[in-house]
Ligand binder design. Structure first.
Ligand code: 13P
Length: 258
């Protein structure tokens, strides 16, 4: 079974509603003109601009992702956003467990697990982020850290359809640092994660779930990363804020052999 590459732009805390509209309309135009292999594309604007992005993408297949979510459906949770509210704003995906949320906002494997379950219940697709810190890598703990994050983050989730889950391997030391993991480093972790999915779910899930790489992905390194067998796309931070860079990264993914 082949996996269609997926490129997601994580804008983090950037872009106003107007900037979002302009970007998304331009992106829609540019991608309509692209040829070659199929690629799925999504952008993750701040909550305030989700609906504007969804509206700008009408008539295209480009999807909208949220950058976080809370697990309750509704209620007295001041400041939080539920899966049904994200669906209402036009989201298909939500990023959970991003290292910046783990680092600054107390996200942990348990909250990630609750968020994943709540998203699935609402028919949204979690993009589960995980990855080791520099200290953990230097201490030889990269595999055990990503294994724990995967096991705990996906605990008791009865996912059967591979399209219902996305994993993003983002080594913390490569995020926003300009220091990308080598294609081999990404491949060895991502092959390991795929094997783990086999144990946690099924061979079909392991074969079909898309595992993205994230961490300083740029137009000039994306193709070599995506050439790796178990790298099924990218979660792009800084370079996704520039339409031209983002379009080039998408174009690069069209040449990936499946
Ligand atoms: P950069 O591409 O800016 O390193 O960010 C990666 C990231 O955190 C995507 O979620």
């Amino acid at each position: 079974m082949s996996r269609t590459p997926l490129i997601v732009g994580n804008w983090k805390m950037n872009k106003t509603i107007k900037e979002t509209k302009d970007f998304c309309l331009r992106l829609k135009n540019e991608l309509t003109a692209q040829k070659n292999g199929p690629v799925e594309v999504a952008v993750a604007p701040p909550f305030t601009a989700l609906a504007a992005a969804a509206e700008a993408f009408l008539g295209s297949t480009i999807a909208v992702a949220a950058q976080d979510v809370f697990w309750a459906e509704s209620g007295a949770f001041t400041g939080e956003i539920s899966p049904p509210l994200l669906a209402d704003a036009g989201c298909r995906y939500a990023v959970i467990g991003h290292s910046e949320r783990r680092q600054y906002f107390g996200e942990n494997d348990e909250s990630v697990n609750k968020k994943a379950a709540a998203l699935m219940k609402a028919g949204l697709i979690p993009i589960l982020c995980l990855g080791e810190s520099l200290k953990e890598r230097q201490g030889g703990l990269a595999f055990s850290v990503v294994e724990r994050q995967t096991r705990e983050g996906l605990k008791d989730l009865g996912v059967k359809n591979p399209a219902d889950l996305i994993i993003a391997y983002e080594p913390v030391w490569a995020i926003g640092t300009g220091q990308t993991a080598t294609p081999q480093q990404a491949q060895e972790i991502q092959a390991f994660l795929r094997k783990l999915l086999r144990e946690l779910f099924s061979p079909a899930m392991a074969q079909g779930v898309r595992i993205l790489y994230g961490g300083s992905v740029k137009p000039d390194n994306s193709a070599e990363l995506m050439a790796m067998e178990d790298v099924d796309g990218a979660l792009v931070g800084g370079a996704s804020l520039d339409v031209q860079f983002f379009v080039e990264i998408v174009q690069g993914a069209r040449t990936k052999k499946k």
